[in-house]
Design a protein around this ligand. Structure first.
Ligand code: ADP
Length: 341
C-alpha cells in the first residue's frame, strides 16, 4: 500500500481571544494514512478531531508542521492548486450541510457543475449515485422532505460525485439514531470497498469507529495518545484515555471506584483478565483452574468480536489455597494480561 495522507509534526494554535493564551488545538501530531484504508480519529469533544480533519483539505492552516496528500504539501499550494486538490477530497458533515432550496439531484449535481462536467455526463453520474446510495425515486425531493439518514445519503453521494480519492467524514452519524447509523456505516464501507476511496472518519462514537475503521488514532487535548489497528486498541488499550473510551463502550472493564465497591462483595483473590484468542478460543481458563484446583466466580466481564477477532475482559474472584492461586495467576499470565486487585 502507498501512503495517501501524512501529517508531520502538525500544530494548530487558534488566535486567542482576549489576553489568555489557549492551549494549541493540535499539538505536534504525526500520522500516516495508507491509500484505500478507513482510518478512525476518535476522542472526546474538543480533542481536536475536526481541526485535524480540516487541515487535510486545507480548510485550516497548521501553525507549524506539514500536511501531505499524495506527497504534496497542502499548505504550500497556490489557491488554484488548492482548489484542484479539493476536487479530489470529498467531505461529509454531522449537519449534512445540504442546499435546502435544491433537489436531491441538484445537491449532488452542484459539485460536478463547479468542476465543469457536461450536462449529460452529470445526469448519468447523478442517476448512478442516487441508485448507489439507495435513494431511488427521490431525485426531485427537497432536503426537508427527507429523514436524517436520507439527507446523509445525499451528503455522501454529493461528496463522492466527482470521484475523489479521499473522503473525510466529520461526525457523519452523530445526529442519527442507532439503526440509521448502521445504514450509513454500511454505506461508507461500500464507498471504500467499491471505489477504493480512502476514508478518514472523525467520531466520538466507539461503535462507529469499531464497525468502520481498520486503524485508529485516539486524540486527547490535541495530541495522539495512542494509535493501532482496531482490534489491538479494543483488546489492549494502553493509554488511560483509550482505556476510558473502550471501557465505557464495552462495559466490561472496571474503574478503580467500581473495584473498591466490589472488594467486599467478592472475597478471595480478585483479578482482571484480558480476553484474546488464547483465552476465548481454547478452554484455557477452565483447564488451568482444574489443574491447579482453583475455583472462580465471575465478577464482571464480556467477550465481543471485531473483524472476527475476540476481545474483552473478565474479572474473576479466585478461591483455593494460596500457592495454587499463585500458580494459576502465573500460568494464566503466560498467555494473557492479568491484573490482580
Ligand atoms: P473536536 O472535533 O475533537 O470536538 P475541535 O477540533 O472542534 O475538536 O476543537 C479543538 C479545540 O480547538 C477546542 O478547544 C475548540 O474550542 C478549539 N477551536 C476549534 N475551532 C476553533 C476556531 N475556529 N477558533 C478558535 N478555537 C477553535
Amino acid at each position: 500500500m502507498s501512503e495517501r495522507i501524512r501529517l508531520a509534526a502538525v500544530t494548530k494554535q487558534y488566535p486567542s481571544k482576549g489576553r489568555s493564551t489557549a492551549p494549541p488545538a493540535i499539538d505536534g501530531v504525526d500520522l500516516s494514512i495508507e491509500a484505500g484504508e478507513i482510518y478512525g480519529l476518535i476522542g472526546r469533544s474538543g480533542a481536536g478531531k475536526s481541526t485535524l480533519l480540516r487541515m487535510i483539505n486545507g480548510l485550516e492552516k497548521p501553525t507549524a508542521g506539514r500536511v501531505l496528500v499524495d506527497g504534496v504539501d497542502v499548505h504550500a499550494l497556490a489557491p488554484s492548486e488548492l482548489r484542484a486538490l479539493r476536487h479530489g477530497i470529498g467531505m461529509v458533515f454531522q449537519q449534512f450541510s445540504l442546499w435546502n432550496s435544491r433537489t436531491v439531484f441538484g445537491n449532488i449535481a452542484t459539485p460536478l457543475k463547479i468542476a465543469g462536467w457536461k450536462d449529460d455526463a452529470i445526469a448519468r453520474r447523478v442517476g448512478e449515485l442516487i441508485d448507489f446510495v439507495g435513494l431511488q425515486g427521490k431525485a426531485f425531493a427537497r432536503p426537508r422532505q427527507l429523514s436524517g439518514g436520507q439527507k446523509q445519503r445525499v451528503g455522501i453521494a454529493r461528496a463522492i460525485a466527482a470521484r475523489p480519492s479521499i473522503l473525510l467524514s466529520d461526525e457523519a452519524t452523530s445526529a442519527l439514531d442507532p439503526q440509521t447509523t448502521t445504514g450509513i456505516v454500511d454505506l461508507l464501507r461500500s464507498v471504500n470497498r467499491e471505489f477504493g476511496i480512502t476514508i478518514v472518519v472523525v467520531t466520538h462514537e466507539m461503535d462507529v469507529v469499531s464497525a468502520l475503521a481498520d486503524r485508529v488514532s485516539i486524540l486527547s487535548e490535541g495530541r495522539v495518545v495512542e494509535s493501532g489497528d482496531i482490534h489491538q486498541i479494543l483488546a489492549r488499550p494502553r493509554h488511560p484515555v483509550t482505556a476510558g473510551l473502550v471501557g465505557s463502550y464495552t462495559g466490561t472493564t472496571l474503574t478503580e471506584r467500581e473495584k473498591d465497591a466490589l472488594r467486599e462483595r467478592f472475597t478471595g483473590r480478585r483479578i482482571s483478565v484480558t480476553v484474546d484468542a488464547a483465552t476465548a478460543e481454547s478452554p484455557l481458563l477452565s483447564r488451568l483452574a482444574r489443574e491447579n484446583g482453583v475455583d472462580f466466580a465471575i465478577i464482571q466481564g464480556g467477550v465481543a468480536r471485531v473483524r472476527s477477532l475476540p476481545y474483552g475482559q473478565l474479572s474473576l474472584a479466585l478461591h483455593g489455597d494460596d500457592a495454587a492461586v499463585d500458580r494459576f495467576i502465573a500460568q494464566l499470565g503466560e498467555h494473557t494480561e492479568v491484573i490482580a486487585w
